[in-house]
Ligand binder design. Structure first.
Ligand code: DGL
Length: 269
């Protein structure tokens, strides 16, 4: 397989750009194609069956672009569809749950880890499963924080509303004796500064850990792009490209150009 083939990344919308930002930072030479399923966001409030179907369509679309590796840059999708994606597609598939779980287990001393995420992610128990697969003795407590995603998409990254919301959600997290907190949603790294001001435990950023995992997998499969310089960036969305570019630039911390709208109807695997 050519090392020049792109990495395909998908998310329900703009959130996965926190993962793409880390990929660009850690692996700048890689060509990257990003798909945001903006017509069907948010995934975090949908049933696992629906998220699984959407994820397979997203994966199929990216496969049609000739990718060498598929990144599920959405915690909700990773939580409910990772195995199905691995079963369906002939390229390595990296999700965000396993790398975050691994980093949290490395950090905890009290063997108590808390995870915050969307309702579907927390209900799926996927972080608990991934953490316990590494160390059975670790206790895991999950907390859904559904208001964070809309606040962050609205650009309310500072100020009273987001701070009070975070305090309310994190009160019970703080009292649970944990010494590692997993940011189990693509959006939460955007308010790391607020969360870190309320909770003293180390925060595990799945985006950073996922980019490290992508490097490991590419090295293992000998498909890491060897050349120097900046790789290409292509963006696809299923609706409202302008809105995606506006909000997304805050997530990616760089301009978003080269963006097209696509329909996924013909990509049902
Ligand atoms: N990308 C989702 C996640 O990481 C958050 C947004 C959504 O609910 O679709 O869980």
């Amino acid at each position: 397989m050519s090392t020049e083939l792109p990495i395909g990344i998908f998310d329900s919308g703009v959130g996965g750009l926190t993962v793409m930002k880390e990929v660009i930072k850690q692996l700048p030479a890689e060509n990257v194609i990003y798909l945001g399923d903006t017509a069907r966001v948010p995934y975090g409030v949908r049933s696992s069956e629906t998220v699984l179907r959407y994820s397979l369509e997203n994966g199929q679309f990216l496969m049609s672009k000739g990718i060498k590796l598929l990144v599920v840059a959405c915690n909700t999708s990773s939580a409910v569809s990772l195995q199905a994606l691995r079963d369906n597609f002939p390229v390595p598939v990296v999700g965000v749950v396993e790398p975050g779980a691994r980093a949290a287990v490395q950090v905890t001393k009290s063997k108590k880890i808390a995870v915050i995420g969307t309702e579907t992610t927390i209900q799926s128990g996927s972080y608990e499963t991934a953490i316990k697969a590494i160390d059975k003795s670790v206790e895991v407590a999950g907390f859904a924080c559904p208001l964070f995603v809309p606040l962050i998409e609205e650009g309310w990254l500072d100020g009273d509303v987001v701070t009070l919301t975070a305090k309310k959600y994190l009160e019970s997290v703080k009292n649970n004796g944990m010494d590692a907190l997993v940011l189990g949603c693509t959006h939460y790294p955007m308010i790391k500064h607020i969360i870190g001001g309320i909770v003293s435990a180390p925060l595990i950023d799945s985006a950073v850990e996922t980019a490290k995992e992508i490097r490991r997998v590419l090295e293992q499969s000998e498909t890491l792009c060897g050349r120097r310089g900046q790789g290409s960036r292509e963006f696809y969305v299923t609706d409202a490209p302008h809105k995606f570019a506006g909000v997304g630039e805050r997530f990616l911390e760089q301009a978003i150009t080269n963006i097209s709208r696509v329909s996924l109807e013909q990509f049902i695997p």
